[in-house]
Design a binder for this molecule. Sequence first.
Ligand SMILES: [Zn+2]
Length: 264
Amino acid sequence: MLFDTHCHFDPDADIAGEIARARAAGLVGLLAVGGDEAANRGAEIAVSLAPGFAFPAFGFDYQPHNPRRPPRLPAFDSPGGGVFAVGEIGLDYSHGDTAEEKAAQRERFVAQLELAAEKRLPVSLHCREAADDMLAILREHTSPVLMAECRSGALHCFTGPADFAAELLPLGYSFGISGIVTFSGASALRQAVRTLPLDRILVETDSPFLAPVPRRGHRCEPAFVAYTCDRVADELGVDREEFAAVTTRNALRLFAIPSAVAPL
Ligand SMILES: [Zn+2]
């Protein structure tokens, strides 16, 4: 029993094939995550092909081609909901961004945190070289309701350090562990993972990126989340199947996925 909490679908790729292989690998569901127009459309297609298995998150991430003031997608206001998270959203200062570009990222990020709070939806967060600004913004804009339920969202592709996680835990966030944890040079990340409470650990692929060992260098897809989950279980010294069940339960609770998907 596995759940990929962060993957992207290219609208022009073989999405049906990726979903079939994910089911065959033992996944009970996945969060199909947006981030820009193409990724949002890919998530929509995945959900139309696999309702009850693919659950969508829509949002506009840090990339400069995204609008500074993101449009509110109609899906957020459709009766009956059907959106499970806002994402991915966040800050990325790793591209030598100017002060103006960073300010645009923060404005876009805050607007979508406010949308998430209004809709009582968790967020899928991206953070790179922007930990201080991210923490300051999350402290101010995380929904107190979601925080109390420990359903604020997931810091996707967590790479450490443990101190950053320690700041996010009281704000109600969980941590998505990606294929990076399987890389030989990732011992600092593996140590940071040991400091996380079990009920806040999620596994993810971030496909089509970051394929885990032993598929490193290939195009990543949701089925590969199994390698990542096994590697983390081994690191923590817990039974692989049990750990898969724990992380799946964490994902279903965080994103309020209907319980029909997997008996808990
Ligand atoms: Zn992503």
